[in-house]
Design a protein around this ligand. Structure first.
Ligand SMILES: Cc1cc2nc3c(=O)[nH]c(=O)nc-3n(C[C@H](O)[C@H](O)[C@H](O)COP(=O)(O)O)c2cc1C
Ligand code: SF4
Ligand code: SF4
Length: 251
């Protein structure tokens, strides 16, 4: 029996929890993080899935680059996008990327979960309710994927794509606004959790490089709330309650 594979990208655990649940329900499924998977050989998989957060109404830059780099064989292709409530092009963009490879997404769905973009807002009071709703929906989504159901995703809105492209163009510059306060205890967690290895500890302080994907893991998980953007200091932190920092750290 051929295996399945799910690629995920996740800063604060929503997409990881979803990817993990679907992988467990399917069985016989490799679960791998996108930053670790460039150059992967896909020719022995029956179902290939992508689980990721929606950024500025579209696909995160690293997810876009990853799909563009893949050699995709004929297989059942699915995507699950997580978001804070405004999905916009988030699923349609991945469909377009896959269509550009001569395939189309067989099944796609969007899940509203806790919003994590602390540069704009703190943890919402609705986060728990959204996550509980997702937990209810996941068994049916996994069954649909197991049965190779078809759910087409449509084409992206080109105006929206311009908006997302603008974000993607500047995404690596975000860390210019990040400040590390004296509350930092030099624990090194931020450097370990950054999914793209964009943080290095130098002289016991985190130093940011130029590869930030704006996943928010470092701001949300710092135990001292020592990493901040210009307006985040008083904002309530968020990460998925069933996902720990250890779950997200690249092995
Ligand atoms: C840079 C950035 C942009 C975001 N843009 C959107 C958006 O356009 N629409 C939306 O509903 N949520 C948006 N969000 C929220 C995330 O999509 C949502 O919280 C997601 O489930 C986080 O997944 P993760 O925990 O796996 O990282 C954004 C988050 C970030 C960090
Ligand atoms: S996680 Fe926070 S306390 Fe730990 S090194 Fe990073 S900034 Fe400092
Ligand atoms: S520097 Fe922080 S926000 Fe940027 S990718 Fe790394 S963990 Fe995510």
């Amino acid at each position: 029996m051929k295996k399945n594979i799910i690629f995920y990208f996740s800063g604060t655990g929503n997409s990881l929890v979803v990817a993990r649940e679907i992988a467990t329900a399917l069985g016989n499924t490799d679960l791998v993080s996108i930053p670790d998977s460039f150059g992967v050989d896909l020719f022995n998989y029956e179902r290939i899935g992508f689980v990721y957060p929606i950024y500025f109404g579209g696909v995160p830059l690293i997810v876009k680059n990853f799909i563009e780099s893949l050699d995709i064989p004929p297989s059942y292709l699915f995507a699950v996008a997580t978001c804070g409530g405004s999905a916009l092009n988030g699923l349609k963009e991945i469909n377009a990327l896959i269509c550009a490879k001569g395939h189309s997404l067989n099944f796609g769905t969007i899940l509203s979960m806790g919003g994590n973009y602390i540069l704009l807002y703190g943890k919402s009071e609705k986060a728990e309710a959204s996550n509980a709703q997702t937990t209810k929906e996941l068994p049916d989504i996994a069954s649909a994927i197991r049965d190779k159901s078809q759910r087409p995703c449509g084409k992206p809105n080109p105006i929206m794509t311009l908006f997302t492209n603008r974000f993607r163009k500047g995404v690596h510059k975000a860390t210019r606004t990040y400040i590390v306060s004296d509350n930092c205890t030099s624990c090194g967690l931020c450097a370990k959790i950054c999914p793209v290895h964009n943080i290095e500890m130098k002289d016991n302080k985190p130093i940011f490089g130029g590869k930030c994907e704006q996943c928010m893991a470092c701001l949300q998980f710092c135990p001292q709330r020592a990493i901040n953007g210009t307006k985040t200091a008083k904002r309530k932190r968020y990460h998925h309650p069933n996902i720990t920092a250890q779950d997200l750290i690249r092995k």
